[in-house]
Design a binder for this molecule. Sequence first.
Ligand code: ADP
Ligand code: ZN
Length: 743
Amino acid sequence: MPLPVATIEVSVPLPLEGSFHYAVPESLAAAVRPGIRVLVPFGRRTVSAYVLGCGGAPDGQSLKSILELLDDEPLWSEQQLAFFRWIADYYLHPLGEVLKTALPAGINRQSRKKGDASVLTGGRTIRTERWYRRGELDRNAVSLRGKSLEILAWVEEAGAVSAAEVKARFGDCAPQLKKLRDTGLLLAEQREAYRNPFAGVTVERDLPKPLSRHQQAALDAVAAPLDSATFAPFLLHGVTGSGKTEVYLQTIARSLADDRTALVLVPEISLTPQLVHRFRARFGDGIAVLHSALSDGERYDEWRRIRRGEVRIVIGARSAIFAPLERIGIIVVDEEHEASFKQSDGLRYNARDLALVRGRQEGAVVLLGSATPLVTTRHAARNGRLGYLELPERIGSRPLPETRLVTERMTAEQPLSPPLLEALAHTLARGEQSLIFLNRRGFASFLACPACGAQLSCPNCSVSLTYHKSRSRSICHYCDYQVPFPCICPACGEPELREMGAGTERVEHELAARFPEARVARMDSDTVAGKGGHARILDRVARGEVDILVGTQMIAKGHDFPGVTLVGVLQAEGSLYLPDFRAAERTFQLLSQVIGRAGRGELPGRVLVQALQPDHYALVHAVNHDYDQFCSEELAFREELGYPPFGHLAALLFSGTSETAVSDAATEAARLLVELKVRLKLRTELLGPAQAPFYRLRGRFRRHLLLKDADRSALRRLLTAYRKERVTPVRVREAVDVDPVDL
Ligand code: ADP
Ligand code: ZN
């Protein structure tokens, strides 16, 4: 008999610091455990709270009692709770909100009524009925005829059948089934069904491939820590097509053989049916997939399957790092350089970083895979903090494509340069496919007034509106504000605005005009809307029904286009001049990815990169496929300015609808930080406050303050002290971003 607990410590899903204590009535005491939720009175409200631990209430305090238990089984193990505590502490975020973020929406929204089963054993579930043969037929006691006998014989032969199958075969036979059940010959069992996102899709089994020398070396390196359940983080560095996924698959197989599980994190954009298919073909079922297209119900079902230990592999986008998976043997972070592993509001966590934290707690192997690792990751591998595994060649030794820079200004009238047009014509003539990459959607970048020079911009956001010809509108890509086209100049009344710059829609038009015989398709967030839109376009390309595909970064990532032999990049410098110290790194990564799309099949590939300023190191090294050289130059730049990995960053973000209130709040915050810095004798560098890159977004003004320090613990001390003393004005929203990614 466990001793009944008298008090518990809970955390509430509200933006409040610290935990709270409650008394437990005797009737509930035996069932209270860490990791379950309880209903508690909180101020004048009733909220569901998470039980962190038992006992530990301060003496002499009279405590309120909890009202009821919301779960029979803990939602998390103690180890998972420890992970969430770490997160709350590191990201300076209330634990209750961390826990809430970690749960699927279906659970958070579920409010339990009296008598309902709990999350893990019931809730919003679908049930199916299956019939089994149970008793022996005693012909003297029961007389069966016709349909009843047939049903009995059939169920016996099949072992177990679903109610739907019985109905399909015998038509409506409720009276016969009732009789068979009442006489004890058949047993009807209610089973819980999961909403299965794979329903109806079967896959052909795929066997492990004999590994290349480098793949084998990688597998050998992870084998020992994997088998001894020792935390071991690695960078797996290899270009697309070098066989990284095969290494993941075989490492995972080894983990499963040790009766441990696997967690695979991928950027949302590469969480395609293709990828999931490869895992299912290798491992069959027992895989949970978590991505944003799941309904709340599906997400909730996947979560429960994982929690109950019915799943051995979880594949998902960033929030899968919170999956309640146990006994993790390996965590894979594919495309570890992707910025989308960072959550940009609420709990601003980075799933790539958390993979290392969780891996340490679980004693797991962590594989960070990329063709273009973050320079911080490569730096850690050079320093020995990460193991370094390299796959230097493409499988089948397919050469990287021949790549050339063309100095060319992209104009609205002529987005495609003569050399690129010529290459396109050749490729078409040979019946091969081309890819044109431009990281800007819409028709014109913006509309400008030929008389006064004013640009048509968004009244809610500090950006210009993008002109979309097919919709006859100018649209804000941030808040969706729209203006019909044509429109007059808002500043001087000039009746006709001029189209400036070009987007993917314009390039598509241009290609259709230049090559009327070619089948041109476009892939960007305007054309893939809706479930499966993505896959439809990719399928058409795969079946050879598209000659030229135009697209944004969506075509750069995660897809294999074996028939593509020509890649054209327009305005390659487009992302270089963003006000972000990672602009060069981002450009290098994106460009390398696009270049890697050419020549993935039997035929060699060719790439033409159009840029205005072709001597920038990010462009030059991407074109020469020279990651190491890029990395060295980028690290030198980072070191000079004290940016990561040589310094650590945190940002304070202020936003609100009143410009003065936001500005005053930021100034006041900076003053407090300076005071604390002096008091704590810290050397933290304070940058700002300044206008955030999008100074106005969806009607809110935004300012930020950046903190930089070579010593991470100093930065933490400063922020902790700040949060203790800081009182944010009511009209302003303030957030801390530890290790910010988008500045
Ligand atoms: P990456 O993840 O680095 O892009 P993949 O693992 O997808 O690379 O491998 C690229 C292609 O080569 C895939 O079609 C894969 O099936 C194949 N492949 C990978 N490893 C081997 C191997 N050892 N032998 C034969 N084919 C392989
Ligand atoms: Zn807007």
